[in-house]
Design a protein around this ligand. Structure first.
Ligand SMILES: Nc1ncnc2c1ncn2[C@@H]1O[C@H](COP(=O)(O)OP(=O)(O)OP(=O)(O)O)[C@@H](O)[C@H]1O
Length: 247
């Protein structure tokens, strides 16, 4: 019998992982080896997608089973994870910690152990490269939603993580901003794991995982998974009652 291939050294591996929130189990016995370059996670509201992202990022620990990123437990190896996993939350305001744009950009680098002056120099160079030197000292509160998204993305990229987790990256952005962001994502060398409700945005992925009520409903190439997902969503959309919304 042939052995399954060993995971890539920077793979994200779930083994029988369950996760609970406030005592309620929301992810059930997930076993996944995530190593493709573009992975989409799709599913209905409340299916457990954000919880899966939080589990992969080590923001929550599994109730049972294990999560490993590059062989490490992401909930414990917090410092090592800075170079492994970057996360972009749906709402930049859930991510931004500092009052000014440059402080926000420098934070991750300082966390990684870079002396403050060096981190600040990298931030100045980045802002200059993007024609945004005037953002030095600018209050985050004065930036638009799209500009805050850009800020969060750059803060993550400065840390050069191997994998970036994106939670509904296009939600609330106008079409030109979405198109610009999509081009920026497409050009990234990193592995991207994207959560979305929107099947169209995953058409070019290497792999799509459909999560339903905390379990994998389908897992494969987009051409196989997305039509199944869309047909089920159309069927559910045709029902009048929304009593089947997961509670
Ligand atoms: N703090 C919490 N305590 C208890 N249950 C929670 C908590 N947060 C979320 N849940 C429940 O966990 C389940 C999964 O939520 P999760 O946010 O992971 O889903 P999702 O697929 O990301 O949803 P959406 O697409 O609406 O953002 C849902 O049923 C939700 O009600």
């Amino acid at each position: 019998m042939t052995q399954p291939a060993a995971p890539a050294s920077d793979a994200l591996v779930l083994q029988g992982a369950c996760a609970a929130l406030s005592g309620k189990r929301v992810l059930h016995d997930l076993t996944l080896q995530l190593q493709e370059r573009r992975i989409g996670i799709i599913g209905r509201n409340g299916s457990g997608k954000s919880t899966l992202l939080r589990l992969l990022a080590g923001l929550i620990a599994p109730e049972t089973g294990s999560v490993r990123v590059a062989g490490l437990d992401p909930a414990r190896a917090r410092k090592e994870m800075l170079g492994q996993i970057g996360i972009l939350f749906q709402n930049p305001d859930h991510q931004i910690l500092f009052p000014t744009a440059d402080e926000e950009l420098a934070f991750g680098l300082i966390q990684m152990g870079l002396p403050k002056a060096q981190a600040q120099a990298q931030v100045r160079a980045l802002l200059a490269e993007h024609g945004r030197s005037h953002w030095q000292g600018v209050p985050v509160s004065s930036l638009s939603q799209g500009q805050r998204h850009w800020l969060c993305l750059q803060a993550v990229l400065l840390m050069q993580p191997r994998t970036i987790l994106l939670d509904e990256p296009f939600a609330g952005l106008d079409l030109p901003t979405q198109a610009r962001l999509a081009r920026a994502f497409a050009a990234l060398p990193q592995r991207l794991i994207t959560i979305t409700h929107d099947p169209a945005s995953l058409a070019g992925s290497d792999r799509v995982i459909w999560i339903e009520a905390g379990r994998v409903a389908a897992d494969g190439p987009p051409a196989a998974v997305l039509p199944q997902f869309e047909s089920e969503m159309h069927r559910l959309g045709g029902l009048d009652a929304d009593a089947d919304l997961p509670g």
